[in-house]
Design a protein around this ligand. Structure first.
Ligand code: BES
Ligand code: MN
Ligand code: MN
Length: 455
């Protein structure tokens, strides 16, 4: 049997195995799930080992890395596959139509936390490798699999891991499927991702909640103050007001504008997808330019005072919020964090205590837009989907891509099989079974195409 026939013969089995993988609540952000994360790593390692990939679980200061390799000849191309087996917290649970960790098929979709981000997408490469090993066919490339367990909580130990394991990770190129297609039946090669930087801001006022009748008007209200701080981070044109925020941002190139113009993007459909009454953003840019090529700032959560049933007339003791900035290449996360810190310190009134926690971040990246690997990826997608891929960027971040380049000198191929309305990080996360299948066939073809491109 050849690898493709093996794949055809195993489609049901493969989906059942993916469902086993999806049943682990491997939520990396929450310590209560530490055991589940480990159990998931163990399941994955055992699965890869059974396929014939030499696999180990490597502890880190956080969640363990699952590392596998199958090296058959020093003359072959070595490909480093990266993915993450951890997932986002499923909350709010009441908005899920089915249980997040009990995968269900509904119409064309499988529904489960991690279906598209990233277990389902990662699994396509694992199954492509299996198609060779399971038939005894010669794997035409050397493969290494580096699967981390804390991407969704910021990959805090990953850079150290890469620094400490340069030899283990040595390869000719990296392959990641953790992005999306451009649209339905528009598979894509992604050539850039934004970075991200995190801060938390807390404003502390009175040493306890106070009666707002007896004290209101004469005592600083931390919520009012924090709201004003957050509001002053953008101007009326949707630009971020932090001095020097745009200092290192390159203007969008003519080439990129042309790429974006060529894509079939409907503002109306986009609006319908997000369900708001209208769209907004930095003046002078289109939606895709705003998401792909401009830095942004967003408040991700804000807390303070009383939000329970009924009313409570108080001046709250404190208010806090979490802010992330999405960055484009050439912006330095540390620099940007220092700038927001300095700016908030200047605008915050001195009669409250201000605490800013700097959480660091990861820079934006661009990967090569031509060359043999890219051509191979295009050919593989064409074989797996029967469709020509488009060239896109994405607004999300995969911290490891920049680290691969910086530390290992490695370029990455970003091939996404998902859709951006697959509800990643949202309730009812899903992945089209058809996209999963087409992803599997593309991954299989990629192995052959990369081997060919090497020659
Ligand atoms: N798979 C996503 C990255 C992604 C999102 C790519 C959207 C393309 C479009 C990844 O799992 C993710 O969620 N990354 C985080 C990184 C952060 C926690 C450092 C992100 O982008 O928020
Ligand atoms: Mn992901
Ligand atoms: Mn994610």
């Amino acid at each position: 049997m050849d690898p493709k026939s093996f794949m055809e013969a195993n489609s049901k089995q493969r989906l059942m195995e993916l469902f086993e993988f999806l049943r682990f609540p491997s939520v990396s952000a929450k310590s209560e799930h530490k055991k589940d994360v480990l159990a998931c790593a163990e399941w994955l390692a055992a699965h890869m080992e059974k396929m014939g990939v030499e696999t180990q679980i490597i502890p880190t200061r956080g969640h363990p890395v699952v590392f596998g390799n199958k090296i058959t000849s020093p003359d072959k191309l070595t490909v480093l596959y990266y993915g993450h087996y951890d997932v986002q917290p499923p909350e709010p649970l009441e908005l899920w139509k089915t249980s997040p960790f009990e995968p269900t098929v509904e119409g064309e979709y499988m529904i489960a936390r991690g279906a598209t981000d990233d277990k389902g997408q990662l699994f396509t490469h694992i199954k492509a490798i299996e198609a060779f090993l399971g038939t005894g066919a010669e794997l035409p490339i050397n493969v290494k699999l580096f699967i981390e367990g804390e991407e969704e909580s910021g990959s805090e130990n990953t850079e150290r891991f890469i620094n400490e394991n340069k030899q283990l990770l040595k390869a000719d190129l990296a392959v990641i499927s953790d992005t999306a297609q451009f649209a339905r039946n528009k598979p894509a090669v992604t050539y850039g991702l934004r970075g991200v930087a995190f801060v938390e801001v807390k404003v502390i006022g009175p040493n306890r909640d106070l009666h707002s009748g007896s004290f209101g008007g004469a005592v600083p209200n931390p919520i009012n103050i924090l709201a004003k701080i957050v509001a002053s981070l953008h101007d009326k044109n949707g630009r971020v007001t932090i001095p020097g925020f745009y200092k290192d941002v390159h203007p969008i190139t003519a080439w990129e504008k042309k790429q974006i113009k060529r894509l079939p993007f409907s503002q109306k459909e986009f609006l319908a997808k997000v369900g708001t009454k209208g769209l907004c953003g930095e003046k002078g840019y289109s939606s895709l330019e705003r998401i792909w090529s401009r830095p942004t700032l967003d408040c991700n959560g804000i807390t303070g005072g009383y939000q329970g049933e009924g009313g409570k007339t108080i001046i709250p003791s404190w208010a806090s919020c979490k802010i992330t900035m999405r960055l484009v290449p050439n912006q330095n996360p540390v620099d940007v964090i220092n700038r927001i810190d300095k700016y908030i310190r200047t605008i915050c009134p001195k009669y409250v205590i201000l605490e800013i926690t700097k959480h660091g971040g990861t820079p934006g990246v661009v990967v090569p837009t031509d060359g043999p690997w890219l051509a191979a990826a295009g050919a593989a997608i064409k074989r797996g989907f029967g469709l020509e891929p488009v060239f896109i960027k994405e607004g999300g971040s995969i911290p490891v891509v920049g680290t691969f380049k910086r530390v290992l000198g490695l370029d990455t191929l970003l091939l996404g099989w998902g859709q951006n309305d697959d509800n990643a990080h949202s309730p009812n996360e899903r992945f089209s079974v058809k996209d999963f299948e087409r992803g599997c066939y593309s991954s299989l073809a990629l192995i052959e195409e990369l081997a060919k491109a090497r020659k």
